[in-house]
Write a protein that binds this ligand. Sequence first.
Ligand SMILES: [Zn+2]
Length: 279
Amino acid sequence: MQTAMPRVVAGQSGTSEHELRKRFSAVSGWRGGLDLLGHWLAIVAVAWAATTVGHWAGYVLAAIIIAGLQHGLINLTHEAWHRLCFRNKRVNDVVGAWFYCYPVGMPYYHDRRRHWDHHRLIGRHDDPDWLNYSNDGRVPASRLLLFLGGRLLGSQLVVSVYNLLINRRARIEVQPASRDQRLPSPAAELVRVVACQVGLIGFFALIGPWWAYLVLWVWPLTGPASVFIAIRAFAEHASEDDDAPVDERLYDFSPNPLEAFFLSPCHSGYAVCDVASEL
Ligand SMILES: [Zn+2]
């Protein structure tokens, strides 16, 4: 995977950084619809193929492909947080919440607030996403492998459930003071997340055994997708120096198609979007 800083990309293409930001933040309704349909049709097709074939190897292959598509849903959630999926704000938020965010177990409005704080505080130790790209727990290489191995086995699910049930808060929580009281509360969003999971169980029970929900949805999400996301979130802003300033923490990536599918779906490899965001 090749990397470059945003201003280098802008210079190479003969386009100013401002023009590049404007181009990347233009909203295309047809592209938004294509992303929505493309991801869900692919998920349905892959799940249906695995349950029809019924071989364990087919389930494993399907789960890994679905993990890439789930990463895509998460990156589309990011686009929706920035109102970049659809021009109509209501359509943008309904699709972002119900078709992208809740199916992957995340609260849309709560995490949008958190993400906006991330943009404001990026590179600082009080950035709510700091734990995603700091060097804590990632050196030496054996600790990194242990971390990624743990992710593959579902450690993030364990931590999230522990925080929710025992600490009664999200893994990365927004301060109540910065929460917009007109928006659904985290508890209300949790109900919506559960409703989506019930719908997904129903879907899997319809096309095959009900436990396909665990093998083809829960495991991909909490195992391989969690690893793909950890790599992407770290690579986006990591630095060997934990005190490096923000302008040394924004990277563009030029992934090959396989890397793009699993590690930076939906063109998420362009850091210029991070500095371009209209919040
Ligand atoms: Zn963003």
